[in-house]
Design a protein around this ligand. Sequence first.
Ligand SMILES: *[C@@H]1O[C@H](CO)[C@@H](O)[C@H](O)[C@H]1NC(C)=O
Ligand SMILES: *[C@@H]1O[C@H](CO)[C@@H](O)[C@H](O)[C@H]1NC(C)=O
Ligand SMILES: *[C@@H]1O[C@H](CO)[C@@H](O)[C@H](O)[C@H]1NC(C)=O
Ligand SMILES: CC(=O)N[C@H]1CO[C@H](CO)[C@@H](O)[C@@H]1O
Length: 499
Amino acid sequence: MTNQFAMNGLSDQKPHFVLVPLMAQGHMIPMIDLALLLAKRGVLVSLITTPFNASRIQTTINHAKECCLPIQFVELPFPGAELGLPDGCENLDVVPTMDLMVNFFQAIALLQKPLELYLKEHVSYPNCIISDFCHPWTNKVASNLQVPRLIFFSICCFTLLCDHNISKYKVYDDITDENEPFIVPGLTEKIKVTKAQAPGFFSAPGWEEFAKELREAEMAADGIVVNSFDGLEALHIESYQNAMGKKVWTVGPLFFYHKDASYTATRGDKATIDANRCLGWLDSMKPKSVVYVSFGSLTHVKPTQLMEIGLGLEASNQPFVWVIKNIEKSQAVDEWLSEGFEERVSARGLLIKGWAPQVMILSHPAVGGFITHCGWNSTIEGITTGIPMVTWPQFGDQFLNERLVVDVLNSGVPIGVKEPGMFGDDNRVPFVGRDDVEKAVSMLMDEGKEGQARKERAKILGKKAVEAMKEGGSSHANMTHMIEYFSINVEKSMAQVAL
Ligand SMILES: *[C@@H]1O[C@H](CO)[C@@H](O)[C@H](O)[C@H]1NC(C)=O
Ligand SMILES: *[C@@H]1O[C@H](CO)[C@@H](O)[C@H](O)[C@H]1NC(C)=O
Ligand SMILES: *[C@@H]1O[C@H](CO)[C@@H](O)[C@H](O)[C@H]1NC(C)=O
Ligand SMILES: CC(=O)N[C@H]1CO[C@H](CO)[C@@H](O)[C@@H]1O
């Protein structure tokens, strides 16, 4: 049932999808990739941003221009000042305190009217809105404009399903000890977690109202788009689809758009290390020998823990690339690095201070393992490159992602963290000793039977991920269906405008 106007070129009327990402690095990156993939398939994409973020994604803007991709970057002024946010505080990563986080989400919700106004005035009426799941206010935009709305998750269906079932079976009504393990009900696998590890999204005190809006907006959605793929978790996708009673389109791994390493290098933020120096270093290493260590954009590792990681890596005798974020640097860290550590590991350790070209590094043949915080964005990148992982979750969806990698996929080694660390609350982050780091790394790189089997499973998953994105693959086909499904609405939406 292909739309005859939009799909076969009889008219240059392209279907128009409006994408509303959450301004946070881990949410923004996959949504931008989704925009690029849709545009490459001939969809006109409007990507809604704010001035701060627009400047941050300049590389993508330039790339879209160079490749003549039909993406418009719509900058709406960010009403942060109205809610007492400091100037330039337009991205979740730079919100200074937990309290201001609530204000940040309230400020974003004020974008409803300006977005509606923009879309009404726009020449090409939208066919659908794809909104980050953290934007319940887009539900009002969609109903006021009478356009379908999809919600976007850069979270796997396994985690979404666990979360859904925990809430549906009201597991937490009977739980008094948040560190007492229980088995997630309704799944075929025996998945053991604690309430502290899987508290659900926005479950902290003060977020009740927002969480309620989120649930309502989820119920009202016309479908769900997920950055995952069939070969990874077909059964969980199907169960989640049945549980939600809506279509779930899995169209990932979305970062796959970037096959060109030179572009990959500057995705997200300008890489602080010269990509060529990094590639040169990796080229000099044996295949599958290097461990890549990075904890994503929101996690801040405190100095004592940072040093312990370093000492564990040193003791492992394994070559490594280790990313230390600017925000994690301090005088103590600098001194410790320069007073011996850097020199001792110089022959086999590459330290990246700042933002790293992660996809480029992970894709390099020299890299054989990944120590990750299990943010989904990073986890799916690790899975796609076909290497085993050491899982070190911190908060949010990360503990459930760890269960997927360790218990379901069998392609990871847990570092052993049992309790979450609250973002912004350094003292509650559980401490991991150098011995545990060393032990996990040697298990990860183990050449024995168990290690080989783990590597083999990881490799197969990587192949399936690549297949999914090729023409004829499941994610490619899901995207085609999704575009066709909503292109049919072109005439319907136009008629509605006329009314
Ligand atoms: C998302 O992906 C980028 C690029 O691959 C990576 O560097 C970054 O750490 C990831 N962000 C999160 C929050 O996981
Ligand atoms: C719980 O998950 C299973 C899939 O494993 C699904 O079939 C079931 O519908 C879910 N339960 C509820 C109450 O949604
Ligand atoms: C996505 O692709 C899978 C595998 O081909 C298929 O089973 C599923 O029905 C598709 N999903 C949608 C919503 O079209
Ligand atoms: C990190 C970043 O890109 N910051 C920029 C955000 O946008 C303002 C102006 O819009 C710039 O001044 C910052 O440098």
